[in-house]
Design a protein around this ligand. Structure first.
Ligand SMILES: [Zn+2]
Length: 205
């Protein structure tokens, strides 16, 4: 079985809020619900271990961590690509997406009540107006907005930058690596080391 190392991640210090299981996301569709996957955070067991190692910090700071994407079924990735078929947002195919290997998470920190801390953008740089524009085939304003998602974007508020840098430092000191253009996205080692996991009708294969 290729899915042996993927486990369902559930923990009271984490809020599972998969953005593609709801409609307020950049594609404007609940793709994970459409395919029957729903709001579930499956991750590679090594991702789960690293996330759990963060718990003492969450307890100390009185934070929770919101997980907005984790394992992504290739079936869902293909649908997302159909909706936003532009380089620079979704990986060009499921094989190239760390999410489809269960080795990436999209996360932010929240207060103890689940309110997101202040960051330079929402996760996925989501805003309803950009979602509507993208649905109409107009990508320009959104792709311009995406510069705010970068770790080197400096025009955000001091608090937003502090929160972004705290998250990056937290994740990197617990075994994750960041990517320069999305402050919310964290990987474990190179996805090529881990197999792509397919999912359909409730089964991994
Ligand atoms: Zn991601």
């Amino acid at each position: 079985m290729k899915n042996n190392d993927l486990i369902l991640f559930e923990n009271p210090h984490f809020i599972v809020d998969m953005m593609y299981a709801r409609r307020n996301n950049m594609v404007g569709r609940a793709v994970y619900v459409e395919i029957g996957f729903g709001n579930k955070a499956y991750v590679h067991k090594k991702v789960a271990e690293k996330l759990l190692s963060i718990v003492p910090v969450l307890e100390e700071k009185n934070y929770k961590m919101r997980i907005c994407d984790a394992y992504r079924p290739p079936l869902a990735h293909s649908k997302l690509l159909e909706i936003i078929p532009r380089a620079g947002f979704f990986a060009a195919n499921p094989e190239r997406s760390n999410h489809c290997h269960g080795t990436a998470v999209d996360v932010c920190l929240t207060d103890i009540d689940g309110n997101n801390l202040d960051y330079p953008t929402q996760i996925d740089a989501y805003e309803e107006k950009y979602s509507r524009q993208v649905a109409a085939g107009n990508f320009d304003e959104f792709f311009n907005h995406l510069k705010k998602a970068r770790h080197d974007y400096t025009e955000a508020s001091d608090l937003q930058i502090k929160n972004r840098e705290f998250l990056k430092n937290l994740m990197e000191t617990h075994g994750f690596s960041s990517i320069e253009h999305e402050w919310w996205h964290y990987n474990i080692a190179d996805f090529a080391l881990y197999p792509l996991a397919e999912w359909k009708n409730g089964e991994f294969f």
